[in-house]
Design a protein around this ligand. Structure first.
Ligand SMILES: Cc1ncc(C[n+]2csc(CCOP(=O)(O)OP(=O)(O)O)c2C)c(N)n1
Ligand SMILES: [Mg+2]
Length: 895
């Protein structure tokens, strides 16, 4: 330990109760408590601290405040719009949103949700009329993550705006109906000119919005975009806040000072089954979490009707009562008549009963919650827009199914309600004064006021003033001039005597791409704390790590050539240990062409086991949102990643990858294959504009990288090509497919088979079983529907048709990966793979254990020949003996 430095300034002493300042302030608070009550005094203390902070004094920040609105009525701004017209517009939207769901279900039972939008209509409408900015020539537009289940409300508004016609509205959730329909939830893949961000898998919208806001800053810092900064808005459910992804990245947003980010949590106190926190208060719980994480928190709990009650509450008893009641109570107040609330909420204290003596039961029923009050929401949004230095969350209290009355307002079944009877429809119509006659009501017609009505003129004027319609996804990025494979020429030449892994080859490849004049600066290397593992650490110094504050400290390795360099325009996104965050960055970068009109090329390299398996739903979302880029599952293979064992060894990512329709899945063995696949991928995605993305396995085993053989480009891309023909003049013939470094098992087996057993085996590199299968399926399907025409043959079928002998596949993946093509392999496919949990050990023992080594490949080949009657069974038995394989050995596959 260092000796204490006497010259150092001593820390300020803790406040001493005898200190004159302390004593004065303390006695003032005591006086306040006596006259105003403890609740008001606590609020006073909070406001005082806040005041001090606004004057630059670093006063402590409480994580929770009383259960009242954060913005006091005294500082609430004037409402800038025409509230009557806005209310009418909102009512029409409410009706249409409800009608589209109820209509769809009366015809088809396709589902849909009424109550989420019913609770959030005001949250959206205030923002549509006053805050959301649409894209213009020079502005990307605000980026809005709508709550997935509120989609009917967004469609209903677009209907009033004239962007969606009645037929489409009628075909909500019936996308395959004649003339098309509307997707159930926000899916850019299905409605590419409308939705920007998929949100319906709970938690993904929230986390993506944080990384989107950060990526916007990254683009700006790197001078790839200019002009006004979009606001990123995320509408989140209170139930959704239980997803780890929702709250998991909060501190990133505050650390990065993302004041371009606003979350609105719709606190309707309910989720699907019932209350979010019946015994507690979700708003208070979230407030503490967000404040603790450094966010600006604005609570909008009470509507304007409560202002007078709070002002009249001289003792703070009302605030105390508000704090006492739990969410389960508040839900009850929303379903019971005003008399119930009078008795059970106010009635707990006689003084509070007096406070509401002047109100009828009906008036008590109508006391609004903050999230249903446009003025309160407007004040919150205004404050969020003006807040600097930190992201804002607005916790808005609402009622689930607001306006549905008996049909579901505040009820536990509310989320699932999708049918209303005629009586309920009439009540809804009356409550929101929708001009639909008694004769028509049972038909649930949609209602759109005439084009020249005040409402429509107002609505369009507001959108025009704000730049245009939202949501609106537009793709304006011009095609990129991507480098051809020759640019990666050195990767095609082979490594000579030197051995390398495909991971090392990738490091070389990305270094070359970073130097390319057109695309170099558009490359976004994304790494979740694993750069050193993959040998990418040299990039730290070459292109820098993005850090909005730069580097405020001297890194410990400053004197080394490749030090850990952070800088404001750094190119690498070093995410730390968050695969969920890293894939969110991938999505933000991979969709910059649509959200900013700028092509970016993300290369997200990660530990393959912690990708598709861990955050697979986000990979799926990347397909939906049409993200482009390359995902690199490094340290792939159940046996190539030796030592690490069961939780690390991946043998199934390629199978996961094959489930995502637009994900191209490759398992390259050699550096030149990698170069060919990536060059073609860049062309397909960024030049030809295909909506696809790529997954490639990378391995860490060093082996010789051969030069690229002539004429194999098509085979590499389509999934299979002959790499090395077997010896001539032998009696038997076989075909072995190898992938990744396990191609070396095939090549070694080729030698043994030729030398010892008279078998000439051709060795193939199988780069994409997924692609082979999909092409084969397509051909088969075409043939089925065109039975009288000349059948088509897939690439796989044509390629294998002329080959002789049994087919054997060996890879470092579970067998189902190669088995994808089995139906089209003449005579069937014998597959070797790594089914079962991994083990920690060295490669050679692992490969024997999983039976994917050269010896087991020889045995499998001979056995396949024996089954065809081409060699005697005893030759197989002999080989098992010769090659020292124990036939009774344990095998990890579990039945
Ligand atoms: C990951 C995930 N799990 C479950 C669901 C099914 N689900 C859809 S909405 C919902 C309840 C949503 O409650 P909340 O977030 O409070 O939203 P609200 O509708 O109340 O505004 C559930 C469980 C889902 N869409 N995504
Ligand atoms: Mg909810």
């Amino acid at each position: 330990m260092k000796s204490e430095n006497k010259d150092q300034k001593a820390p300020a002493p803790a406040p001493n109760p005898t200190d004159k300042w302390f004593a004065a302030i303390a006695s003032m608070f005591e006086l306040a408590a006596q006259s105003e009550g403890p609740e008001k005094t606590a609020r006073l203390a909070g406001t005082l601290l806040e005041n001090l902070r606004s004057k630059g004094i670093d006063a402590p920040k409480p994580v929770s405040t009383p259960y009242v609105n954060t913005i006091p009525v005294e500082v609430q701004p004037e409402y800038p719009g025409d509230r009557d017209i806005e209310r009418q517009i909102k009512s029409h939207i409410r009706w249409n949103a409800m009608a589209m769901v109820v209509r769809a279900n009366s015809n088809t039972n396709v589902g849909g949700h009424i109550s989420s939008y019913a609770s959030s209509a005001t949250l959206y409408e205030v923002a549509f009329n006053h805050f959301f900015r649409g894209p213009t020539e020079n502005f990307a537009g605000d980026q809005i993550y709508f709550q997935g289940h509120a989609a009917p409300g967004v469609y209903a508004r677009a209907f009033l705006e004239g962007r969606i016609d009645e037929k489409k509205l009628n075909n909500f959730r019936q996308e395959l109906a004649e003339g098309g329909g509307l997707s159930s939830y926000p899916h850019p893949y299905l409605m590419p000119e409308f939705w920007q961000f998929p949100t319906v898998s709970m938690g993904l919208g929230p986390i993506m919005s944080i990384y989107q806001a950060r990526f916007n800053r990254y683009l700006k810092a790197r001078k790839l975009i200019q002009g006004d900064e979009p606001k990123v808005w995320a509408f989140v459910g209170d139930g959704e806040s239980d997803e780890p992804e929702t709250l998991g990245a909060l501190t990133l947003a505050s650390r990065e000072s993302l004041d371009n980010l606003v979350w609105v949590v719709n606190c309707n106190l309910q989720r699907l089954d019932g209350p979010v926190r019946g015994n507690g208060k979700i708003i208070q719980e979230l407030e503490a979490a967000f404040r603790g994480a450094g966010w600006n928190v604005i609570k909008v709990i009470w509507g304007s009707d409560w202002d007078a009650l709070l002002a009249a509450d001289k003792t703070g008893l009302l605030i105390k009562r508000m704090g006492e009641a739990v969410d389960g109570d508040y839900q009850k107040y929303s379903v019971e008549p005003g008399s119930y609330t009078r008795k059970h909420f106010f009635g707990k204290y006689p003084e509070l009963l007096k406070l509401v003596n002047h109100l009828t039961d009906h008036q008590i029923t109508k006391l609004l919650r903050g999230g249903h009050d446009a003025r309160k929401m407007h004040a919150a949004y205004r404050a969020a827009m003006d807040h600097k230095g930190a992201p804002t969350v607005i916790l808005a209290k609402t009622i689930k199914g607001y306006g549905l009355g008996e049909a579901g307002e505040g009820k536990n079944i509310s989320h699932q309600q999708k049918k209303l009877n005629e009586k309920e429809l009439r009540e809804f119509r009356e409550r929101f004064q929708v001009p639909i006659s008694d004769d028509e009501i049972a038909e649930m017609p949609f209602y759109r006021p005439p084009a020249n009505s005040e409402e429509i003129k107002y609505l369009l004027k507001r959108r025009k003033a704000l730049g245009g319609f939202v949501p609106h996804r537009r793709v304006i990025a011009p095609p990129l001039d991507v480098p051809k494979v020759d640019y990666l020429g050195e990767m095609l030449k082979g490594s000579g005597k030197m051995e390398a892994s495909t991971t090392m080859a990738f490091v070389r490849l990305i270094s070359l791409l970073l130097k390319h004049k057109e695309i170099g600066r558009r490359i976004v290397p994304i790494i979740p704390d694993e750069a050193r593992t993959f040998g990418l650490d040299a990039l730290f110094r070459e292109i820098g790590i993005y850090a909005h504050k730069g580097q405020l400290y001297e890194p410990v390795d400053r004197n080394s050539l490749l030090y850990y360099m952070e800088k404001p325009d750094g190119q690498i996104l070093e995410e730390g240990i968050t695969e969920a965050g890293a894939i969110s960055s991938f999505v933000a970068a991979g969709t910059a062409y649509a959200s900013h009109g700028v092509h970016m090329l993300p290369f997200y390299i990660y530990y393959s086991m912690f990708g598709l398996q861990r955050v697979g739903d986000q990979f799926w979302l990347a397909g939906d949102i049409k993200a482009k880029g390359f995902l690199l599952g490094a340290t792939a293979g159940r046996t190539t990643l030796n030592g690490e064992g069961l939780q690390h060894q991946d043998g199934h990512s390629l199978l996961h990858a094959s489930t995502i329709p637009t994900l191209m899945a490759y398992d390259p063995a050699y550096a030149y294959e990698l170069a060919v696949i990536i060059a073609d991928g860049m062309k397909r995605m960024y030049h030809d504009g295909e909506d696809i993305f790529y997954y490639l396995s990378l391995y860490n085993e060093n082996h010789a990288m051969p030069p690229m053989p002539e004429g194999c480009t098509e085979g590499i891309l389509r999934g299979l090509y002959k790499f090395k023909t077997g010896a001539e003049g032998l009696k038997h013939k076989a075909q072995i497919f190898g992938s990744g470094p396990i191609i070396n098992s095939a090549l070694k087996a080729q030698n043994i088979l030729a030398e010892k057993y008279g078998v000439s085996a051709d060795v193939w590199s199988a780069t994409s079983y997924k692609r082979l299968r999909n092409e084969a399926l397509n051909a088969k399907r075409w043939n089925m529907f065109h039975p009288t025409e000349t059948p088509k043959q897939s690439y796989l079928e044509t390629t294998l048709a002329k080959e002789k002998g049994p087919f054997i596949a060996v890879s470092d993946n579970i067998k189902t990966v190669a088995d994808q093509i089995a139906p089209w392999v003449p005579g069937g496919l014998t597959t070797l793979g790594t089914d079962g949990f991994g083990r920690s050990d060295v490669r050679s023992r692992l490969r024997r254990f999983f039976e994917v080594d050269a010896e087991c490949t020889v045995i499998a080949t001979l056995y396949a020949l024996a089954q065809r009657g081409e060699v005697p069974a005893k030759l197989v038995a002999q080989a098992i003996k010769d090659l020292d394989v124990n036939p009774e050995k344990v095998f990890p596959q579990i039945v």
